[in-house]
Design a protein around this ligand. Structure first.
Ligand SMILES: Cc1cc2nc3c(=O)[nH]c(=O)nc-3n(C[C@H](O)[C@H](O)[C@H](O)COP(=O)(O)OP(=O)(O)OC[C@H]3O[C@@H](n4cnc5c(N)ncnc54)[C@H](O)[C@@H]3O)c2cc1C
Length: 339
């Protein structure tokens, strides 16, 4: 029996991991990726909430061997410590520069057809097409930025700094490099150039952190910014199959967006395999994928949105620190609401 081909538009984390999972099941897969590898992406590169068995089921668990392992987190309100906590489970720090290239290599080695520097422009509602094209290109009131630093000492595996309508995360990725990434509300234009990230941090009232960044060595090629995205479920009128950020984007402070990309790929792998084998219709495939994503992600998206709103308000931050430090609510409980 001839297997039907799956075409994936977008070779980021979601598209590539789905491609590898489908190739493990011998499904013919083509991925079209607008860019080439390796490349830096705007991402905090802190991966939490993914389980070992999920990585194994995708066939990519060994790609996480070089990742930094994280257990401790420290949160700051401006220059003031809010709380320190131990994560309920180990999180990973792995750069997209490394991970996407490793996934692309795994995909081609397993017989997948990868077309880089190729933009998908076809009809996304045609049977067999999966959109993994990332955040929709809608201008946002948020600016996301990231860069890698060397010689930057951390006080915990994950530092989160909350400022005026902004937050910044610092965490180690492979080779002891530190990823600094932030989300900034765009109340004023951001200056360009190499100091753009440090300047945005300073403009958010995080002066001490900004000084730390200015005194460390930044890899200028890793500095990236993005202002086109929309947090939450992505609303679409069509019935195309979407995974990863193309389906829903969780606020970055959760460190769960990459996990959602991987989990949505895993949720799509089995229904797409059945469709390729002729065992179910495309309509049933779309329905199964949407339903699983809704079950997996709806609650964490709601909680993440509410917590982000709380953390961006000075009073909300004080309340949160008080509640955790006085054991009204445990960090573990809050952690699990967004995973
Ligand atoms: C500031 C910031 C910080 C973040 N920090 C974290 C973090 O610490 N931890 C975490 O887990 N998540 C974080 N995230 C979220 C995380 O980066 C995303 O959830 C994740 O990248 C989603 O993967 P994806 O494969 O869906 O999309 P992407 O990684 O964006 O991949 C989409 C791919 O599709 C390609 N593409 C787009 N259009 C087309 C087309 N028409 N044809 C072909 N190719 C196309 C693009 O080139 C890209 O390679 C952060 C996000 C932001 C903005």
């Amino acid at each position: 029996m001839a297997l039907k081909q799956i075409t994936i538009a977008g070779g980021g984390l979601a598209g590539l991991s789905l491609g590898v999972a489908l190739r493990q099941r011998n499904i013919p897969v083509q991925i079209m990726e607008a860019a080439a590898y390796p490349r830096h992406r705007v991402c905090g590169e802190f991966i939490s909430g993914i389980q070992e068995h999920e990585l194994k089921a995708l066939g990519i668990d060994d790609l996480f061997i070089p990742a930094a392992r994280h257990r401790e987190t420290a949160w700051f309100d401006g220059a003031c410590p809010m709380f320190r906590a131990t994560l309920p489970e180990t999180a990973y720090g792995l750069s997209r520069h490394h991970l996407d290239a490793a996934l692309a290599e795994r995909f081609t080695i397993t017989g997948g057809e990868l077309q880089t520097s190729t933009r998908f422009t076809g009809d996304a509602e045609v049977e067999g097409i999966v959109l993994a094209s990332g955040r929709p290109q809608r201008v946002s009131e948020w600016l996301g930025m990231k860069a890698h630093f060397e010689d930057l000492a951390l006080t915990a595996d994950l530092e989160i700094h909350l400022g005026n309508h902004a937050y910044v995360g610092l965490t180690k990725v492979e080779h002891d490099r530190v990823n600094v990434s932030g989300l900034f509300h765009r109340t004023s234009p951001v200056s360009g150039g190499q100091q753009a990230l440090a300047q945005a941090v300073q403009d958010s009232g995080l002066t001490e952190l900004s000084d730390r960044l200015r005194n460390a060595h930044m890899d200028a090629s890793s500095l990236k910014g993005v202002n086109r995205f929309h947090l939450g479920w992505q609303s679409h009128r069509d019935s195309a199959v979407r995974i990863g950020d193309a389906a829903a984007m969780i606020p970055p402070f959760t460190g769960n967006g990459m996990t959602m990309a991987l989990q949505s790929a895993l949720a799509a792998a089995e229904p797409l395999t059945r469709w390729s084998q002729g065992a179910c219709s495309w309509h049933d495939t779309q329905f199964a994928i949407r339903q699983t994503q809704s079950q997996l992600f709806s609650s964490r998206l709601r909680w993440a949105r509410a917590l982000q709103e709380l953390l961006l308000q000075p009073l909300g931050r004080r309340l949160c620190a008080y509640a955790i430090n006085h054991r009204w609510v445990s960090f573990d409980t809050l952690y699990r609401t967004v995973r």
